[in-house]
Design a binder for this molecule. Structure first.
Ligand code: NDP
Ligand code: 8X3
Length: 257
C-alpha cells in the first residue's frame, strides 16, 4: 500500500538512502533538510526514476516556527502523513567533557533532541486526528552504550531512546506505532566528516573494517513499515559484523566486501 512518508535529513547519508529505497517501493515522500539545492537534485532524480510523488521542504529542524510553517505549507496531496522518519541528526566533536565546545553541545542538543521533539509534536497532532500513524526514530548504538568522549552525543541518543519508549506510551491508544532503529557505524554518510569538522584524516574511520552501509538501514526501515498494522517493531540495534560494541571493532581489514 502506498504511504505518505516524511523523512527528516533526506539530503544525505541514511535519510537519502531511505528516500531511494522507499521511492522504489512506490511510497510518496516528503524530503526535508536545510540544503535546498541538494535536496532538489535528489528530489528531481527520484521523480525521474520512480513513480512516487516527491515534495521537498527546506527548514532548520532546530527552529519550531520554521518546522510549523514548513509542515503547514504542505500541498493537499501530502498533508496526511502516514509515516514520520525522525532521521536528521549529527555528532560534533569527540572531546573529553572538560574540553567540549559549548556551541557543539548546543547544536547536538537542539538538533537531535529538540528538533525531533518539534517535528513529532506537530505531526503527531494530525496522526491523532487521523487515528493512524507510524513514527520511526533513528537512534544509535550511542544511545544504548556510552564511549569515552561520546558524552553529549551519547546523551542526545540516550534521549532519543527514552523518547522512543515514552512517545509510544503516549500514542499507542491513538493507533500510532513508534519504532526505533539504532545503528552502529554507518558509512556512505556525512556523519564522520561533520563530526570532525571537515578533517578527512580524523574522519577516516571506516577504511580498516566493514561497517554498515546507509542502504542497510534503508532496508530495515522498509521492513519496519511493511509489517502488518497489528505488529510494531519497537527497537532494532544493528551494527556491522566486525563491530561488537562501540569500542570493540575488528580493525584488521575490511572483511565480507
Ligand atoms: P549525514 O550527515 O549524512 O545526514 C544528516 C542529515 O541531517 C542531513 O540530511 C542534514 O541535512 C540533516 N540535518 C542536520 N542538521 C539539521 C538541521 N538543523 N535541520 C534540518 N536537517 C538537519 O549523517 P547520517 O546519515 O549518518 O545521519 C542520520 C542519522 O543517523 C543521525 O540522526 C545520526 O545521529 C544517526 N546515526 C548515524 C550513524 C553513522 O555512523 N553514520 C550511526 C548511528 C546513528 P542538511 O544539512 O541539509 O540540513
Ligand atoms: C553514530 C555511531 O559510535 O559514532 O551514532 O556514536 S557512533
Amino acid at each position: 500500500m502506498t504511504k505518505t512518508i516524511l523523512i527528516s535529513g533526506a539530503s544525505s547519508g541514511i535519510g537519502l538512502a531511505i528516500a531511494n529505497k522507499l521511492a522504489q517501493c512506490h511510497h510518496n515522500l516528503i524530503l526535508c533538510g536545510r540544503r535546498a539545492e541538494l535536496l532538489k537534485k535528489h528530489a528531481d532524480n527520484l521523480r525521474l526514476n520512480s513513480t512516487s510523488k516527491i515534495h521537498e521542504l527546506n527548514f532548520d529542524i532546530r527552529n519550531y516556527n520554521e518546522c510549523e510553517k514548513a509542515i503547514h505549507s504542505l500541498p493537499d496531496d501530502f498533508t496526511n502523513i502516514d509515516v514520520l522518519i525522525n532521521n536528521a541528526g549529527l555528532a560534533l566533536g569527540l572531546d573529553f567533557i572538560q574540553d567540549g565546545k559549548l556551541e557543539d553541545w548546543e547544536t547536538m542538543i537542539d538538533t537531535n533532541i529538540k528538533g525531533l521533539l518539534y517535528i513529532t509534536r506537530i505531526i503527531s497532532q494530525k496522526m491523532i486526528a487521523n487515528k493512524n500513524g507510524h513514527i520511526i526514530n533513528i537512534g544509535s548504538t550511542a544511545g544504548k552504550e556510552t564511549y569515552p568522549k561520546g558524552n553529549v552525543y551519547c546523551a542526545t541518543k540516550f534521549a532519543v531512546d527514552a523518547l522512543s519508549k515514552s512517545i509510544r506510551q503516549d500514542l499507542y491508544l491513538h493507533n500510532i506505532r513508534v519504532s526505533q532503529v539504532c545503528p552502529g557505524h554507518v558509512e556512505e554518510t556525512e556523519f564522520a566528516i561533520n563530526r570532525f569538522d571537515g578533517d578527512k584524516t580524523k574522519a577516516n574511520i571506516y577504511s580498516d573494517f566493514n561497517p554498515l552501509k546507509a542502504k542497510d538501514i534503508a532496508d530495515i526501515i522498509d521492513f519496519i513499515i511493511s509489517c502488518p498494522p497489528h505488529v510494531t517493531i519497537q527497537d532494532i540495534v544493528v551494527a556491522g559484523t566486525q563491530q561488537a560494541s562501540a569500542t570493540l571493532i575488528d580493525r584488521s581489514g575490511r572483511r565480507f566486501d
